[in-house]
Structure formats: C-alpha cells, structure tokens
Design a protein around this ligand. Structure first.
Ligand SMILES: Cc1cc2nc3c(=O)[nH]c(=O)nc-3n(C[C@H](O)[C@H](O)[C@H](O)COP(=O)(O)OP(=O)(O)OC[C@H]3O[C@@H](n4cnc5c(N)ncnc54)[C@H](O)[C@@H]3O)c2cc1C
Length: 376
C-alpha cells in the first residue's frame, strides 16, 4: 500500500493487485489490534534491531524514517503515542485507523485496486515496473502465503532459507503444563547452547500449554531456532531469585523450605519446586545441608527449560529469510538481476525484533520502492 501510494503520488499510473478480498488483513492484527507501527529508536538502534543485515536499511530509513512515518499518519489525522519502551502506536489504539489512512492515500492518488487476484508469475502482469510486496509466510489466512518467494525465484533470485521469526518455543519438560498461564515480568533469561551460556536478556516470559512465549522469548527465538537447526541442545535458564543468598535462606530459620518457596515464588512455581525438592521441602531452612541448599539455589537462580523446536512458521510473527539482500539495490529496492523489478517488506531477508521495527521496515522499503519505481 505504501509502495503503490508513493509511486502514484510521484506521478506513476499504478495498479495494486491484492490476492484477498481486502487490503491490510495482517496490519489489522498487529500489536494485538493496536498496531505498533514503529519505534522511537534512533537510526543506529533501528538498524541494530535487524542484526547484521540491518545496515541494508540505511537507504530506506534515510528516505523515510520513523519520524517521517509518524508524520505521515499524524498529518492525516491519526495521532500517535510513544510508550516508555519506545513503541509507537495510534493514540486511540486502533489498527483500523492506520489502515483507513493507507486506503485514503491510495484513493487520493488514483491507485487502481484489483482484489481477489493472485499474481503467480511476472508474466501475469503487464507493466513497465513491478514491485513485489507479498509479505512472508506466517499467518497465511491474511493472504501472506509466501507466493512472492516463488515469483522472485522464477526471476532468478536467491531465496535465503525461510524459518519462523519472533516465534513461541516448544518444550518437552513434564512440568510445562503445570506452569501454563504463568507470566514472569522483567526476569533475567539466558540461552544455554550445549551447556554454555550464550545470551542473557531481561524481559517478560509467558508459559503456555506447549512451552514458552512472551516478548523476550520471541526476540531470542531466532538464535534458538538456528541452534536447534544445527542440532545443538538448547535450554533457557531463568534467574527467578537474583538476590538469593545463603544468609537470606538461613534467615527463614524454623520455617520450612516449602514455606520459603511459597513466600518467594508465584503459586504454580512454588508448587512445582516443592515437588522437585520433595526430599527437603518439609525440612526447616535452618537445618538444610549445604548440598541441599545448593540444589535449591540452582532451581531458584538457574531454572532450566529444555527447548525442542519452535511453533510452525504459519504461527510465527514474521518470516526470517527471503530474497537475498545482495541481489537488491538498497538505494532503490530494485533487483540487481532484473531491471524494473522491485522488492519491499517482509519478503526480503530482514527480520527485526519486536517493538514496531518490522512495520517500519515494510513502510520504509515500500516507500523507497514506490519512489524509485516511479522515477522514470
Ligand atoms: C499477529 C501479528 C502481529 C504483528 N504485530 C506487529 C507489530 O505490532 N509491529 C510490527 O512492526 N510488526 C508486527 N507484525 C509484523 C508485520 O505485520 C509484518 O512484518 C508486515 O505486515 C509485513 O508487511 P508486508 O506489506 O511486507 O506484508 P503483508 O502485510 O503480509 O502483506 C502482503 C500482502 O500481499 C498479498 N499477497 C500475497 N501473495 C499475493 C499474490 N500472489 N498476489 C497478490 N497479492 C498477494 C497478501 O494478501 C497481503 O495483503 C505482526 C505480525 C503478526 C502476524
């Protein structure tokens, strides 16, 4: 929508072909319907949010930055608010308002829209320039079924292998179901690969019937999925009581270990730890041996969850992989292989962390593709 609107605004005659009966189905789902359109991050942090491929975005973000995106919507009547963590959302929290602005932008610039038409190959379309913006492979019910990858491949492009991005993770630990529904806020999480601690971050984690989710898990999922693909053993370690000390524990004196757990942990975790430490849970804290205390400390400060795989790509927030960045000119978004062919959005090999970065990427690359394609 941004690419089509910008190309038309620049004077091109534009046809927007949409596979489904309506535009922007995925956009309406974003941010839980509130549409976290971007992040207030400075340019370098924005780039860093996409890992080592991020530098590809300098061109697009220079032409159309997060500030430009916010202006685009506010100047068209949708006020934005910035959360303390940098996420930018419509003040009224309605993704529909964002979609309405984009639809109006298309209408004002006389973009012709064809709904319910699936582009299967470049031969399907007669045009001087073509921009492919078919999105990733997740949430296929929204229309993003990965068609663009096939079309790009037919045109000679390399597709970096696809995998789920910002995905929930599956564990085979017996206790997972017992923790279902538990949310832990601002907790230190480490990724342990083949027994070695690799990454540590702080954030919120949510236990589900299959494993773990929540913003921090989604952000770490890429690294974990890559490690699993390499057949590494992956665990997540949670530090539930960073302030645990033998003194603090001993100060519980005549209270039992079970009472200590109840005092210091949410109910479902306390019940699980009582079970895991069944030999000591009825003992008084003051008479627990050093060895026993070490085991308790390990559960509290290094609670391990084994990860066996991610949820399928269809359920992921975004798709990792896509059209190789080496084959796209970052100053124009034009294919380096086929003149007059452009790519933008999620289908190119860029995957950001949560926080509005992925929509910003789609809008910036879309804007640049539209601008360049219209520049006859
Ligand atoms: C549940 C959920 C929540 C999210 N929340 C956020 C968030 O809050 N902030 C954020 O930054 N990102 C979020 N994202 C990610 C973000 O939605 C995507 O990165 C973004 O929508 C990608 O935009 P796009 O235009 O590249 O592709 P899409 O939005 O997927 O649009 C692609 C369009 O192409 C059409 N299409 C596909 N194939 C064809 C074909 N062959 N012919 C014609 N048309 C075709 C599709 O029907 C679709 O309309 C979220 C994603 C999900 C799934």
């Amino acid at each position: 929508m941004m690419a089509a609107g910008r190309a038309a605004e620049r004077g091109a005659k534009v046809l927007l072909v949409e596979k489904t009966y309506r535009l922007g189905s995925k956009l309406l789902l974003t941010g839980g319907g509130k549409c976290n359109i971007t992040n207030s991050a400075e340019m370098q942090d924005m780039i860093n949010a996409f890992g080592e491929n991020g530098k590809f975005l300098y061109g697009a973000l220079t032409v159309f930055s997060n500030k430009d995106l916010i202006d685009f919507f506010t100047s068209r009547g949708v006020e934005m608010k910035t959360e303390p963590d940098g996420r930018v959302l419509p003040l009224k929290g309605r993704a529909d308002d964002v979609l309405a602005v984009l639809r109006k932008y298309l209408k004002e610039n006389n973009v012709t829209i064809q709904h319910n038409r699936t582009v299967k190959s470049l031969n399907n379309i007669e045009a001087k320039k073509i921009i492919i913006a078919t999105g990733g492979k997740s949430y296929p019910a929204t229309g993003s079924t990965g068609d663009g990858y096939k079309i790009a491949k037919q045109a000679g492009h390399t597709i970096v292998p696809l995998s789920p991005g910002l995905s929930a993770l599956i564990s085979n630990n017996f206790f997972i179901k017992e923790l279902q529904g538990l949310t832990l806020k601002d907790i230190a999480i480490s990724v342990i690969i083949d027994g070695k601690k690799k990454y540590e971050e702080k954030g919120d984690i949510l236990f589900t019937h299959f494993g773990v989710s929540g913003p921090i898990v989604l952000n770490l999922s890429g690294t974990i999925i890559d490690a699993l693909a390499n057949k590494n053993k992956v665990e997540i370690s949670l530090n539930l009581r960073p302030d645990f000390s033998p003194q603090d524990f001993a100060s519980f004196g005549s209270k039992t270990v079970s009472q200590y757990f109840k005092k210091n942990l949410p109910a479902s975790l306390s019940a699980l730890f009582e079970k895991l430490c069944s030999k000591t849970s009825n003992k008084k804290c003051s008479i627990v041996t050093r060895e026993e205390r070490k085991i308790i400390a390990a559960y509290l400060t290094d609670f391990r969850i084994t990860i066996i795989r991610s949820r399928p790509i269809e359920e992921a927030t975004i798709t990792r992989g896509g059209v190789s960045l080496k084959e796209i000119n970052p100053q124009t978004m034009e294919s380096r292989l086929v003149k007059g062919l452009y790519f933008c959005g999620e289908m190119i090999n860029l995957a950001g962390i949560t926080g509005g970065y992925n929509l910003q990427e789609a809008f910036s690359t879309g804007y640049l593709a539209g601008e360049s394609a219209a520049d006859v």
